[in-house]
Design a protein around this ligand. Structure first.
Ligand code: HEC
Length: 109
């Protein structure tokens, strides 16, 4: 019981720390949080890629700027499992998560 409580507190602290360290706008939806909830299952929690989705932490085929990444997120890539998110995310959420994806690559330069 006690151990569970300690683990819960430690887990909450780790999440708080991760959110504090990750880039994101203070007044808009957090790109990091949207990424973790929506994209990490396929692209990996740090954009390292999984069997379901390619890495996003380096040079990208469809472009590396925030505008290019946002366009991919909005419209998707035809005939792949990368579907467009324009029906599921608002425009400002797409911009936030695009900025976060750009930051994943920048961290490796
Ligand atoms: C169901 C798995 C899946 C999910 C969920 C998913 N993706 Fe993808 N994504 C893919 C796959 C697979 C590709 C590669 C498609 C191809 O073959 O070109 C891709 C490609 C991309 C690309 C283009 C990479 C390049 O090289 O130009 C970007 C950017 C991207 N995804 C971002 C995201 C973001 C941001 C999210 C969350 C909003 C997301 N993806 C959610 C599977 C996924």
């Amino acid at each position: 019981m006690r151990v569970t409580a300690v683990l819960l507190v430690a887990g909450a602290a780790a999440v708080a720390l991760a959110l504090a360290v990750m880039p994101g706008t203070a007044d808009g939806p957090s790109g990091a949080a949207i990424y973790a909830a929506t994209c990490a299952s396929c692209h990996g929690d740090r954009g390292q890629g999984t069997v379901m989705g390619k890495p996003l932490d380096g040079d990208k085929v469809y472009g590396n700027t925030q505008a290019e990444v946002a366009a991919v997120i909005r419209d998707g890539i035809p005939e792949t499992t990368m579907t467009g998110f324009k029906d599921r995310l608002k425009d400002d959420e797409i911009e936030s998560v695009a900025a976060f994806v750009v930051s994943l690559a920048a961290a490796h330069e």
